[in-house]
Design a protein around this ligand. Structure first.
Ligand code: V47
Length: 367
């Protein structure tokens, strides 16, 4: 029985249950619909076909080694100029020390994302990876967005491939999904004109996947982009995934406007819970070739992240420990979550918590 309340999405409902790929027009119709419960039902149906009642989580630590950034994206409250009083740059030793202090939490992953510092040489990043890998060989290093890889190529004069190979040799394990924002150069010109273009972001991911790296992908939504921009973004990722199969998870990130130039210019408010759940559901439905849709509870809020498990999400990130990007932009969430809390959140939704490593190998099932 077709339970869609919104008759405009009835045919999409049938397509999803028949396992057919949704078109751009379907995606736009989903964006138009306010039938959140039908979207959630369909997204959950797709999720359960892939991963049954499992919900993955990981024990990780985020690390931002510098907030100095030449890009100064208009949606960002984290970045600083070199001479700003609250600009900071860690030494390699400080980064290693922070990682060391988190070992007792049982972290299996270090997630490292940084500003685009104008003066630090590429060797700083290579040495950081090398030191971390030497000291903590059992901890997976997921580091450097495609935007940073482009910055390293500019700094070093190396090709994307050689930058990635150098980092791989030093011990880099995989790439995070940041810097994608909206993969449309018109939007990028408005909000992040000084960093990698849409084509470069995709090319770096293509190259990384070809070299054997897995990566994630994100989308920053709720700023100046249109529904068309969001659906086109998802389709670009889906096309690249058809080609490489290298993406592991997709993480939609709601824009937090506080303290950002874009927030001041547009008066934008943070997307509502309704918008978040709708975006997560539509991501699951459009990205039929992605195994995992991930809720980053830091940006969503734990309550929305928990509810999202009924809207197609199968993965909660993570213990995190320290988070600066969203907290600079006014996030009121904590910066860390205990593993036991993540397990409780999942159990309360009557799902099975599964601790994973970065590459989705199962470490423990909490029945
Ligand atoms: O690329 C910056 C976003 C991203 C704001 O790969 C903002 O598993 C909201 O990519 N409001 C970096 N978002 C973080 C990121 C990420 C996070 C969690 C997991 C993974 C993963 C990746 O944060 C940036 C940008 O899109 N961002 N400023 C803001 N004011």
């Amino acid at each position: 029985m077709n339970i869609a309340v919104d008759h405009n999405i009835s045919s999409i409902y049938e397509k999803v249950l028949a396992g057919q790929r949704l078109s751009r027009e379907d995606g736009l119709a989903l964006m138009e619909s306010s039938d959140l419960l039908t979207l959630g039902y369909l997204a959950r149906w797709v999720k359960e076909r892939k991963t049954k009642d499992s919900v993955f989580f990981n024990v990780n630590r985020h690390l931002n080694m510098t907030n100095v950034c030449v890009s100064r994206c208009k949606f960002c409250a984290f970045s600083r100029d070199r001479d700003d009083p609250d600009a900071y740059t860690m030494s390699i030793e400080e980064a290693v020390e922070k990682a060391r202090n988190s070992l007792s939490l049982g972290i299996t992953e270090l997630h490292i994302v940084n500003g685009l510092h104008p003066d630090l040489p590429f060797s700083y990043y290579v040495e950081t990876v090398r030191r971390l890998e030497e000291e903590f060989p059992h901890v997976h290093i997921q580091a450097f967005t495609a935007v940073e890889i482009k910055h390293f190529a500019d700094l070093s004069g190396l090709s994307f491939q050689d930058v990635l190979l150098t980092l791989k040799e030093a011990g880099l394990g995989s790439l995070p999904g940041g810097g994608a924002e909206i993969l449309d150069d018109g939007i990028r010109r408005e909000v992040c004109s000084r960093k990698a273009s849409a084509k470069e972001w995709l090319e770096i991911m293509r190259t990384a996947h070809r070299l054997g790296f897995r990566s994630n992908a994100t989308m920053l939504y709720g700023h100046i982009e249109s529904p068309e921009n969001r659906i086109d973004h998802l389709i670009k990722l889906r096309e690249l995934q058809d080609e490489t199969g290298g993406f592991q998870s997709f993480i939609p990130l709601p824009f937090h406007p506080k303290n950002t130039p874009l927030g001041k210019m547009t008066g934008a408010r943070r997307p509502t819970a309704y918008e978040d759940l709708k975006m997560l559901s539509i991501s699951r439905l459009m990205l039929d070739n992605f195994d995992h849709i991930k809720a980053f509870w830091i940006m969503l809020d734990p309550k929305i992240a928990q509810l999202s498990l009924d809207f197609g999400v199968d993965d909660l990130d993570g213990t995190v420990v320290e988070e600066k990007i969203t907290h600079s932009a006014g996030a009121e969430t904590e910066e860390a979550m205990a593993k036991s809390e993540l397990i409780n959140m999942i159990r309360e939704m009557k799902r099975t918590p599964v601790e994973r490593d970065t590459l989705y190998n199962v470490l423990e099932v909490y029945n």
